[in-house]
Design a protein around this ligand. Structure first.
Ligand code: GLN
Length: 485
């Protein structure tokens, strides 16, 4: 039986009803990896032996009739910037090529407690800096819909693996769009949770005030199931927020009658592909047909979003990445002359060009002569962008926009033009700047058959409203379709 094209919730039911075993399911996912990984190159490290062992353990529990989480026995892939005890975590960088964490990220403990089976570590842009997974030191992941195109980034391996059936679902991380943008390009569902709702403990830091871990899956239900497991207060993360436990899946409702959806005109302007615009507006109309109320809104500071995002994220990155000095972690240059030379050579040889660009930019905007002109201004704009969302959420429930202005571009197309690459993040970065939850769900295809994503943005901790809206739309549109490979 082919299992790799089924959703997590379908498989969870089959496991519960003992129609399949986790060992069988896990084997079939690894068979799929064997069959298509050469084309997709989604994984940096595979965890086959441990995964098969874990699956057998879960099968024993299932046969004893233990009441298990819907994640029990489900093969899940993990972005390679999430610390996995005993399993290499490279951040797709030469700097961490041989780094094996001695501890688990909190989300990993939660997944393992729920009985998830870990398939391996997924490719990404180096240290999550990028929008195409091309900055990985190891390989270029391909889009399952067209292997001459990028899968998006930085969680490109996560989205491509799910779309290609190489994992039932995956975890990604999102600092400026890295869950939603690849989900959009690969035709899968991705959720970037509210800042503070999922613990960042064990997530290798890029820009700590913006980073969030979140799920990527084949359906809204799948994402709801994973989010219910990974979210929650964690004393190991100083920015973690305490909330009552919510079972998002159990509370899913497809009723959007009276739901107020805001359409910000600034997200539909220049640079938005016609196919993308019409698919997104079509999705909104379908929701209107189900009783949602559509309202045009304005978020005028959107114009400043990219500059403030790249200033704030690079400033934080330059500080976070100072720890890679050849002393504490991973790579150290082989030949050097004294301590300072060792630092310099280690960092010059260990980091790729994009990471160096961010470190230099971040150091520049934080330097005493330029701090007021750049960093301080970006922080003021962050407040303004955030206030505009807060004002709008006083009388609307959800905001709908495209996830990305275009569909997946060709490998190499923007690689040497960072400004063009950064511009693809225009619709996603504001959400991290404001700390809001948002998701991307497939809403159609362009003329080349490439997936288009609808982005839904919610107020802080309104994940359930977002998931319900996405669920309602998914019922209208129909579920996941596997691309032909
Ligand atoms: N593409 C954005 C960047 O390069 C976002 C990355 C992310 O969300 N990790 O910074």
């Amino acid at each position: 039986m082919e299992l790799y094209n089924k959703t997590l919730s379908e498989l969870a039911l089959m496991l519960r009803e003992k129609k399949i075993s986790s060992a069988e399911l896990t084997k079939s996912i690894f068979d799929r990896i064997e069959a298509v990984e050469d084309k997709i190159e989604a994984y940096v490290t595979l965890n086959k032996e441990n995964a098969l062992k874990a699956a057998e353990e879960i099968d024993k529990k299932i046969s004893c009739g233990e009441d298990l989480s819907p994640l029990a026995g489900i093969p899940i892939g993990i972005k390679d910037n999430i610390s996995t005890k005993g399993l290499r975590t490279t951040c797709s960088s030469k700097m961490l090529e041989n780094y094996v964490p001695p501890f688990n990220a909190t989300v990993m403990n939660k997944l393992c407690d729920a009985g998830a089976v870990i398939t391996g570590k997924l490719n990404m842009d180096e240290f999550a800096m990028g929008s195409s997974t091309e900055t990985s030191y190891y390989k270029k992941t391909k889009n399952p819909y067209d292997q001459t195109r990028i899968p998006g980034g930085s969680s490109g391996g996560s989205a491509a693996a799910v779309a290609a059936g190489e994992a039932v679902a995956a975890l990604g991380s999102d600092t400026g769009g890295s869950i939603r943008q690849p989900a959009s390009y690969c035709g899968v569902v991705g959720l970037k949770p509210t800042y503070g709702s999922v613990s960042r403990f064990g997530l290798v830091a890029f820009a700590s005030s913006l980073d969030q871990i979140g799920p990527i899956g084949k359906s809204v239900e799948d994402v709801a199931i994973i989010q219910s497991v990974i979210n929650g207060y964690d004393k190991m993360d100083g920015t973690s927020q305490y909330r009552e436990y919510t079972d998002y899946k159990a509370n899913l409702k497809s009723d959007v009658k009276g739901l107020k959806i805001g359409i910000p005109k600034e997200y539909f302007g220049v640079g938005i592909d016609d196919n993308v615009k019409s698919s997104v507006m079509n999705a909104v109309k379908q929701l209107e047909g189900e009783g949602a109320i559509i309202k045009e809104i304005s978020l005028p500071s959107t114009d400043y979003a990219l500059s403030s995002y790249y200033i704030i994220s690079s400033a934080e990155a330059s500080s976070n990445l100072a720890r890679y000095d050849g002393v504490k972690y991973g790579f150290r240059a082989e030949n050097y002359d004294g301590l300072i030379d060792m630092y310099e050579r280690t960092r010059s040889e260990g980091f790729g060009d994009e990471v160096k660009r961010r470190i230099m930019l971040g150091t520049f905007v934080l330097s005493s002569g330029f701090y007021d002109a750049y960093y301080k201004k970006a922080k003021l704009l962050q407040r303004r962008i955030s206030n505009e969302f807060t004002e709008n959420f006083k009388d609307i429930d959800v905001i709908a926009t495209p996830t990305v202005p275009t569909t997946a571009f060709k490998i190499g197309e923007h690689f040497n033009d960072p400004v063009k690459m950064y511009a693809t993040d225009i619709c996603t970065v504001t959400i991290n700047i404001a700390g809001l939850p948002a998701m991307s769900i497939p809403c159609g295809y362009d003329n080349n058959g490439l997936p288009i994503g609808l982005q839904l943005i919610g107020d802080k901790f309104a994940e359930q409203t977002l998931l319900n809206t996405a669920y309602a739309y998914e019922q209208l549109k129909g579920g996941f379709k596997l691309p032909t490979l």
